[in-house]
Design a protein around this ligand. Structure first.
Ligand code: ATP
Length: 217
């Protein structure tokens, strides 16, 4: 990320991939412009927030015209470094890990799981979705060879911290943690926690206790 992007608030930056995906689809369908109301409906972000977000990019929509799709797309591609491939590693090829290897983020052309690690003999040495699975003993060497700085953790919770420590020691800067364990790392390491069962429970809780009244309540 360069200095220019540091000026974009974090909350805005987090929404960029969402906007990018939608606008890419719009362009593919031949659309030339989009209003903040249309965007709002599609990405479920209120239109005032969208207008504010877009003003940070210098994209100024015109009343009754909307935003130019090509302009937005070229801005997003550049900002999100779409041309630069980020190689990612995955540790723990269980049910969830296996699903990610099959999925492999093919809708994003700038991220790819390059290698996976596990300790089970029947998995090591095989490939899933074209991604080779190595033994965890090879973690440090392989990460270094490929210069990988992003990792997805889908191991059992009790080994998450110890593996995270090894990743950080080898220069990994970002970890997407799918285990329920809260991982501790130095301040300059970014860890995003995604606990799918908590997310699901929270959705169900909200459905029960905070039913939505209108369209966008
Ligand atoms: P999931 O939680 O993804 O559904 P699962 O229930 O199939 O997975 P888990 O016990 O959660 O299995 O283990 C996930 C994967 O992590 C398994 O493939 C397991 O072999 C692997 N694993 C366990 N310990 C380690 C470790 N220390 N390092 C790397 N991989 C490990």
């Amino acid at each position: 990320m360069d200095n220019e992007q540091n000026k974009i608030p974090q909350a805005t930056a987090k929404r960029l991939p969402l906007y990018y995906r939608f606008i890419k689809n719009l362009q593919a369908s031949g659309k030339k412009r989009v209003s903040s109301a249309e965007l709002s409906e599609a990405v479920k972000v209120d239109s005032a927030t969208i207008r504010r977000d877009f003003s940070y990019f210098g994209a100024l929509g015109k009343k009754g015209y909307g935003y130019n799709v090509n302009y937005l797309l070229s801005f997003f591609s550049e900002t999100l470094d779409q041309d630069e491939l980020t190689k990612v590693s995955l540790i723990g090829v269980g049910n969830l890990g296996t699903a990610f290897l099959h999925y492999n983020f093919t809708k994003n052309n700038n991220t790819k799981i390059e290698m996976a690690f596990d300790i089970q003999a029947d998995k090591v040495g095989t490939e899933i979705g074209g991604v080779p699975i190595y033994h965890l003993d090879e973690l440090e060497d392989r990460l270094e060879q490929e210069g990988i700085t992003v990792a997805i953790l889908t191991v059992p919770a009790q080994v998450a911290q110890i593996i995270a420590d090894r990743l950080v020691n080898k220069g990994v800067k970002g970890i997407l943690n799918f285990t329920p364990a809260r991982i501790h790392a130095p301040e300059d390491i970014r860890i995003h926690h995604i606990d799918l069962s908590v997310e699901l429970q929270s959705l169900i809780y909200f459905l029960k206790h905070y039913p939505l009244s209108g369209q966008n309540a």
